[in-house]
Design a protein around this ligand. Sequence first.
Ligand SMILES: C[S@@+](CC[C@H](N)C(=O)[O-])C[C@H]1O[C@@H](n2cnc3c(N)ncnc32)[C@H](O)[C@@H]1O
Length: 242
Amino acid sequence: MIELLWNDPINEPQMSKYLSALRVKDGNRVVDFGCGCGELIIRLCECSDIVATGIDSSQPHLAEARRRAARRINGAQIQFVEANAAEFTVDESPIDIAICMGSSHAFGLGPDSFANALSKIIPMLAPGGQILIGEGYMKQPASPEYRAMLGDSSPDSMTHARNVQTAKQLGLIPLAAWTSSEEEWDDFEWGYQQIVEHNAAEDPNNQTAADRLSARREWMDAYLRWGRDTLGYGIYLLKNPA
Ligand SMILES: C[S@@+](CC[C@H](N)C(=O)[O-])C[C@H]1O[C@@H](n2cnc3c(N)ncnc32)[C@H](O)[C@@H]1O
């Protein structure tokens, strides 16, 4: 969603904390897989003299990312690439910091999308390199109705502890793991809701906006009935052994 700063249930102070925890250094090569509107990687560029790449498959999101970057940072610091994250490979220097917030599905959908995303990123990481990845987890098993909406993503076994375990099994060292609060989730879901409601109201003859609103209202019902108590969001800071 282009109107939001970022597309994760994370508030401003928490996001600042996660980005600070990366301890980015000048000269680091940073790649954001599924960067959306680029806010996170632009913020890292604002703090350090990094070599940054944001990858996303959505043209509108990349256009917004480029617009934000042009206003705030030196354009030579960053490139935004329209590509399928799953097909991205590093050319010369390995990645010091990989970001993948809410975008593991860019490496393939399904029950193993988290492990799959990590497995694809790890070979591109420098020794001692880090990954900041945001991923869903299950607070409790999904009701049959909610499972029908989720499909095979976020299986019931995918708890917060299991996500950390998955990273360890792939050889990564967990440095930190956090979870989004109910307030952050409510801000995120209702923030979306407001935008979609306003857009539809402002353009009543726009069928796309109307369809989006009806899908969004259905999603909000599901969020209130089941999602709020069932689906969590974990943020994992992981290190490649040196
Ligand atoms: C939930 S959004 C997260 C965006 C951003 N990481 C953030 O935190 O705001 C997921 C993003 O993944 C992108 N995406 C989905 N499939 C992709 C793919 N195969 N390759 C690259 N990006 C993809 C979408 O366009 C979208 O911008």
